[in-house]
Design a protein around this ligand. Structure first.
Ligand SMILES: *Cc1c(COP(=O)(O)O)cnc(C)c1O
Length: 549
């Protein structure tokens, strides 16, 4: 219990203090800082409450729209944060939380982040970042090298050139994809004679000048929704993103892709970009990038590879061939905050041609003067933090072989999980892992046999009915598991080829956390089997259906 409540005042002196005096080591914040720096995982285990409150209950803790008239003591406020915020946060670094692409962080990240925040450099211009600008350019060079493996002369020439950039560092894959397509749009609809280019005259004038009926972005049906956002803000409209069907391995069907290109050309609709996905968000599969590059070449359009999640695989010499053809892309998106174990806010888009970014260059008098090395002249975002430092440090501290071990282990762990799912009579593997991601569901053996029989008899309606029930059961198990708070898998809905392309609800697992053990994976199946038995409606209905056939 708190003693009598202390009252803080907003005075000149107290304001001066918060800018100059550190919290005492034995204050609430001081103690929290020590606990976090000594053992972050322990801190999170201690302060995050496992069982879940309803979001509507949590909202009651964040209901007041008044800006406080009364300042709070830091210690009091820290207690409040521990109680209301930390305790009800998600334990993303827990080894048994295998549902998200957000995973554990190496322990050096925390003090390095503190250094980055303390320096508070603004990467928009050299004036407010100095050494951070060349550092970020080096990181872009290293990521370019990861994808394109150019000669050292190439990097000496372009890495620090004021008129060029090997890419753009940004807050994540969404902004990276937008930037890539922005460059593609402005290069395609460039200035020409009297026409000043799309960047100045807009899309309407550009289409008129070039005589196009419209523009299209072609990506597999597993493409990320950020591409629709991109099409929306670039003025193309979401419907100009055309989803090409995938094969049974969730990879784009290149015959259908080529057909669509021809069909659009006949209608005088120009393909702005073909987008390959290297690691789909839902199933982790990689498109046939070489075949896609051939089609892009044939139709003379931009080829972008969205490797936001799977791009880190290039750090593994063993699995790098899975992305063969990526080096033929005009631009590539990679998120460092996914499989590179950097905290959120770290994405890059890399351009094959160092002069590509000229297409999106902006200048202003007081900053970003022409000829300056200011990174802000070709980034969508303005003020940006020094996140590149965390990528730089991770690449140095972990190194390429270290990343290779992390990536290889993650993929092999996913293969192990797929094996125990396949061996278990009551689970069905839906998509097998190509990278460290797979989907599956709980389906008792007798129900799986029923589905197989229905398949043989072409009983589509019967299968649909069973898949619907299994979907409800999957949802029930996933919610209960999340609420219990011991472990977490996510769920999604995907079309499954061998069920006539029907959309099926599945568990989705991402095995990036190096601390996830085989025992944890075995336990997840045990827990899910138990939870299934607690379903009083869906499981009995399924078993009854299986028994009457
Ligand atoms: C995560 C992801 C994105 C979006 O990245 P954010 O960092 O969340 O903005 C885009 N494409 C793919 C394939 C992704 O996995």
């Amino acid at each position: 219990m708190k003693a009598t409540k202390r009252i803080a005042d907003a005075t000149q002196e107290s304001l001066h203090r918060i800018f100059t005096v550190a919290e005492a080591p034995d204050s609430t914040l001081g103690l929290i800082e020590q606990e976090m720096s000594q053992n972050l995982v322990g801190f999170l285990n201690n302060h995050i409450v496992a069982s879940e409150n309803a979001l509507t209950d949590i909202e009651q803790d964040f209901i007041d729209a008044q800006i406080p008239e009364q300042p709070a003591f830091v210690s009091d406020h820290m207690s409040h944060l521990l109680d209301k915020l930390v305790s009800q946060s998600v334990h993303t670094s827990s080894p048994s939380f295998v549902g998200h692409m957000t995973s554990a962080l190496p322990s050096f990240i925390l003090p390095l982040s503190k250094l980055m925040v303390g320096l508070n450099q603004n990467l928009v211009k050299v004036e407010t970042s100095k050494a951070f600008t060349p550092l970020e350019r080096q990181v872009l060079g290293m990521m370019h090298n990861l994808v394109y493996q150019e000669t050292s002369d190439f990097y000496q020439n372009w890495m620090h050139s004021a008129q060029h950039s090997l890419g753009a560092f940004c807050s994540g894959g969404t902004v990276a994809n937008i930037t890539a397509l922005w460059v593609a749009r402005n290069k395609l609809l460039k200035a020409d004679g009297d026409f000043k280019g799309v960047a100045r005259s807009g899309l309407f004038a550009a289409l008129q000048h070039y005589g196009y009926q419209g523009l299209a972005i072609l990506v597999s049906e597993r493409g990320h929704y950020s591409l629709k956002k991109s099409a929306d803000i670039l003025g193309l409209g979401q419907d100009s993103v055309i989803a090409i069907p995938t094969d049974e391995n969730n990879k784009i069907d290149c015959i259908k892709l080529a057909q669509k290109c021809d069909e659009l050309a006949a209608k005088n609709i120009k393909v702005l970009s073909i987008v390959g996905v290297a690691g789909t968000t839902e199933t982790g599969n990689i498109d046939p990038l070489n075949a896609m590059a051939d089609i892009a070449e044939q139709h003379q359009c931009h080829f972008h590879v969205d490797a936001a999640w799977g791009g880190a695989t290039l750090l593994s010499n063993k699995y790098r061939p899975l992305l063969a053809g990526v080096e033929r892309a005009d631009s590539v998106t990679i998120d460092a905050h996914k499989q590179m174990y950097v905290p959120m806010g770290a994405g890059v888009v890399i351009f094959k041609d160092p002069s590509s970014v000229a297409a999106i260059e902006h200048h202003a008098e007081y900053i970003l003067r022409k000829g300056s090395k200011d990174l802000g002249s070709h980034t969508l975002e303005g003020s940006r933090p020094g996140m590149a430092m965390l990528v730089y440090s991770s690449l140095h501290i972990i190194s390429r072989p270290g990343y290779e071990m992390l990536i290889n282990q993650a993929i092999e762990k996913a293969e192990y999980f797929a094996d125990i799912i396949n061996q278990h009579p009551d689970f069905e593997l839906i998509t097998k892992p190509e990278l460290c991601l797979l989907t599956y569901r709980y389906a008792p053996k007798s129900v799986q046999e029923l589905l197989a029989n229905q398949g043989k008899n072409n009983d589509v309606a019967g299968q649909q009915h069973i898949n619907l029930l299994l979907g409800k059961l999957t949802k029930f198990i996933q919610k209960r598991q999340r609420e219990d708070g011991k472990s977490f898998v996510s769920r999604t809905r995907i079309e499954v080829g061998h069920y006539n392309g029907e959309k099926v609800i599945v568990f989705r697992v991402v095995l990036a956390n190096p601390l996830t053990t085989k025992e944890i994976l075995q336990d997840i199946l045990v827990e899910q089997s138990k939870l299934a038995l607690e379903s009083e409606q869906f499981l009995p209905e399924l078993l009854a259906a299986a028994n009457t056939k």
